[in-house]
Ligand binder design. Structure first.
Ligand SMILES: Nc1ncnc2c1ncn2[C@@H]1O[C@H](COP(=O)(O)OP(=O)(O)O)[C@@H](O)[C@H]1O
Ligand SMILES: [Mg+2]
Length: 505
């Protein structure tokens, strides 16, 4: 555990603003979170955001006098003499800090209530700061608190029960550590057991690492449409009657007549519409639709629909009507999620069209599954988080229509104990309506100013205060801001394999 460390003494306070003199042998960095020990066994948590250096020599006369000790090139003539003038207590470094929160003598945390007294001790965070640390740790650990240039061994995470249903955003340039963070978060969810997680794995990059987890067999389920003979990977397949028109319309661009035909097909054949589209000839379909609805569709219209359905049938292993509900793999997946398992759906070998259809379909099923329960039934189900990578493909400014399942998910899921975690390297491409609903943000390094500005514009003030830190985040470092935490915290995310080793050795 980090040692409690003397850092200095408070020299000025006004409202939530404080100044302190930095002890001569101590380092304090921009962004350091420090503790001011109050007079009544209370504590003030502050964040240093600026410094100034003051000296008794700071006045005009003093500076001129010191300058006179330099040679014509501005170099020091007599170091010993100058040290004498500058040393001792003649020069101080003053830290400027903002109060983040306050803990009373019982350790209960509040937003700032009062300000500390003159000359109180300022120290580094330590394991003594239990209430603050508990709040920051949450129940899903992701990393250690970073304080300036050092990483403190103080765990930081989120509370799943609060964060999941309020939606999460993970943003960072390629290589900033998004995938590693998803792995660490998944691993914490596996350990915790109280939440389900549905990951759409676009690059098939999670299986290898997550299968190292000791609880892999009990808590992780992997699906692939073509599992080959990989151990513990199940074959993903669907039945025709599980596919609704909107799963198809979400995945490709259709003309008005084509859309019309899809909805007419489903109103004529209901659940069996896709089965019939696949089974019957174009001409037979046109005649049947004509007979039932009076509309005569063109062969081109119907064959485009047939062709897309056929492609999906091949790609997603879609077969005829299911014998019974138990046989449905999608339903089995819903069961696993509600029990709090981590479900990995591998999509790497699926075309963009198939991927869109599948993720739409499964997300919608999950929403329907949870929405169909009564409140008391639902209280026995685990909250589930869906991880959507490269989310702007689904939730971009153009893609966002009222029919979009993910848009609906973002606005409705919360009622049903579900949440969305959008992962993206370019948050500026996401629709504002979506960004504004993400209440927990993991901001990793973002190379583009446009992306950082977008997040600042959409988010709360605490992110603005940390603008400089956000600009300088290294790989695996992030700022986490959530609506229930009192302040945004800088974190060094655990490296996945080290996290596992440390925990299970
Ligand atoms: N928290 C971390 N600590 C140490 N190394 C990390 C961390 N996060 C990521 N890395 C390393 O950085 C590289 C890129 O990480 P990755 O998670 O794939 O980034 P992204 O998904 O954002 O492109 C990987 O090699 C990974 O091992
Ligand atoms: Mg990645």
């Amino acid at each position: 555990m980090a040692q409690q460390q003397y850092k200095g003494r408070l020299t000025y306070a006004q409202g939530t603003y404080v100044e302190f003199v930095v002890a001569p042998n101590q380092d304090v960095d921009f962004g350091d979170i420090l503790v001011v020990e109050g007079k009544n066994n209370d504590r003030f948590y502050v964040r240093a955001y600026d410094f100034k250096v003051k000296s008794r020599w700071s006045g005009m006369n003093g500076v001129s006098y010191l300058m006179s000790k330099l040679d014509e090139n501005g170099q020091i003539v007599n170091q010993e003499e100058l040290d004498f003038y500058l040393g001792g207590n003649h020069t101080v470094k003053i830290g400027l800090a903002e109060q983040l929160c306050y803990a009373d003598h019982n350790g209960q945390l509040f937003n700032p209530k009062t300000c500390p007294d003159f000359f109180c001790e300022v120290r580094g965070l330590s394991s003594k700061d239990t209430s603050l640390l508990k709040e920051m740790k949450g129940d899903l650990e992701i990393g250690f608190l970073k304080s300036g240039r050092t990483v403190l061994e103080l765990p930081v995470g989120i509370f799943g029960s609060k964060a999941i249903t309020e939606h999460i955003g993970i943003f960072g340039t390629t290589g900033s550590g998004k995938s590693n963070l998803v792995k660490v978060l998944s691993s914490s969810i596996i350990d915790n057991g109280n939440y389900g997680l549905l990951i759409f794995d676009v690059h098939n990059e999670y299986y290898r690492d997550l299968s190292q987890h000791p609880k892999f067999h009990d808590r992780l389920v992997v699906y692939n449409t073509n599992p080959e003979s990989r151990h513990n990977v199940r074959k993903l397949a669907l039945y025709c009657d599980e596919i609704e028109p909107e799963d198809i319309t979400a995945c490709a661009t259709f003309t008005e007549p084509q859309l019309d035909a899809i909805y007419k097909l489903s109103s004529v054949w209901h659940d069996r519409w896709m089965e019939c589209v696949l089974k019957y000839d174009t001409q037979d379909i046109i005649e049947e639709l004509h007979e039932c609805t009076g509309q005569k569709f063109q062969a081109r219209t119907i064959s485009k629909i047939k062709s897309i359905c056929w492609n999906l049938e091949q790609e997603l292993n879609i077969s005829d009507t299911q014998p019974n509900e138990k046989a449905s793999i999608a339903m089995q997946m819903m069961k696993e999620l509600e029990e709090g398992k981590v479900v990995l759906v591998e999509l790497k070998n699926i075309s963009p069209v198939g991927e869109q259809a599948l993720s739409t379909l499964l997300s919608k099923k999950l929403l329907q599954h949870y929405a169909g329960k009564t409140d008391s039934e639902r209280s026995h189900l685990k909250p589930v988080l869906i991880v959507l990578e490269e989310a702007h493909r689904f939730l971009g400014k153009k893609e966002l229509t009222s029919q979009n399942v993910f848009a609906r998910f973002v606005s409705e899921a919360r009622k049903f104990n579900l949440g969305l975690c959008v992962v993206d390297q370019q948050p500026r491409l996401l629709a504002d309506k979506v960004l504004s609903q993400l209440n927990t943000l993991f901001i990793l390094g973002l190379a583009s100013k446009a992306d950082r500005s977008k997040l600042e514009a959409m988010c709360r003030k605490d992110i603005l205060q940390q603008r400089n830190e956000i600009k300088n985040l290294d790989c695996g470092e992030l700022i986490v801001a959530t609506n229930y935490m009192r302040f945004a915290a800088p974190v060094k995310v655990h490296k996945f394999d080290e996290f596992l080793t440390r925990k299970f050795q």
